[in-house]
Write a protein that binds this ligand. Structure first.
Ligand code: PDD
Length: 289
């Protein structure tokens, strides 16, 4: 079935991959995760993803018990076991572990490490070529003093509720605003806009996940000689932006042609987005070459 799951060092098929109902990841969403993808069967930007996993874990006083090398060994073994025909989707979950139903972290002496490998689903050619519609949802992104969005947390209810509204609207993604009413990020990706040739994305202080792809694309844009950086954006700004796009590990760069009621770039993907899509493909090829 091209799916394999490593649980604490033992690889299972999709139907016998099970964890305890007393795992605090299940009981409380008490854990963190990462999503990677492969290019030519090799995890992309591995060091950056592991650094973020450790940073997320640190934010909730959780320790990742594996070195980067040991984690990589398990990932490679799981990819081999899954025998994915093309590229792989890799989800690493690190949870508090199994313990009594109390919030005390001391109840769970051993964290659980799960690695799920399954086929990577490419964004459709139509979405990449024609752009997608994003719903501007009423669900507010978590306040940074609540479950801080910089933590890639297994507690994904905020994101799931935002996506419920996107699915209901027939949209590809859900764009959330923060507690100040600023545009923040999508349920599964970061937002970028292009205004007067400047490539802009909401600041980390808006309360968002610092996407690995976001950083990669900001560097790519700068490398192309474009002005690139953070800017506070509000819904009203959407009427004056020339282009918009999303970034994430699994989606790379996807043009956006409408956000809520705001048609962007006359409803067509723009030239800067196209340049970045091409530059992204070239940069991936370069790194693999
Ligand atoms: N999502 N913001 C949120 C809320 C995300 O869940 C993601 C990634 C991103 C983009 O981050 P990155 O570029 O590091 O993938 C931004 C992953 C892919 C997921 O949960 O499936």
């Amino acid at each position: 079935m091209a799916i394999a799951v490593d649980i604490d060092g033992t690889i299972h098929g999709p139907h016998d991959a099970r964890i305890s109902v007393f795992d605090h990841g299940f009981l409380f969403g008490d854990g963190v995760y990462e999503v990677l993808r492969t290019y030519r069967q090799r995890p992309f930007l591995y060091a950056a993803h592991m650094a973020r996993l450790r940073a997320s874990a640190g934010q909730i006083a959780l320790h990742c018990p594996l070195t980067d090398e040991a984690m990589r060994g398990r990932i490679d073994a799981t990819i081999a076991a899954a025998a994915v025909p093309g590229e792989a989707y890799i989800r690493i979950l690190l949870t508090r572990g199994v313990g009594d139903i109390v919030y005390d972290p001391a109840a769970c002496p051993v964290p659980t490490v799960v690695i799920i490998v399954k086929p990577h689903l490419e964004v459709s050619d139509v979405a990449r070529a024609d752009g997608v519609v994003v719903a501007l949802v009423s669900v507010v992104r978590n306040h940074p003093d609540s479950v801080n969005p910089v933590i890639k947390s297994n507690n994904l209810l905020n994101n799931a509720l935002a996506m419920q509204q996107a699915y209901a609207a027939g949209a590809f993604e859900a764009l959330m605003q923060n507690h100040r009413g600023e545009l923040c990020e999508c349920a599964q990706s970061n937002l970028f806009v292009v205004r007067a040739d400047a490539v802009l994305t909401p600041p980390v202080s808006a309360g968002l996940l610092v996407g690995v792809t976001r950083g990669f694309v900001l560097a790519l844009a700068a490398g192309l000689g474009l002005e690139a950086g953070e800017a506070v954006l509000r819904e009203a700004d959407l009427d004056s932006v020339d282009e918009a796009f999303l970034t994430s590990t699994t989606r790379e760069i996807v043009p956006v042609v409408r956000i809520g009621d705001h048609v962007v770039g006359g409803g067509r993907p723009g030239p800067v987005t196209r340049r970045l899509v091409d530059a992204f493909a070239a940069a991936v090829a370069d790194r693999l070459g």
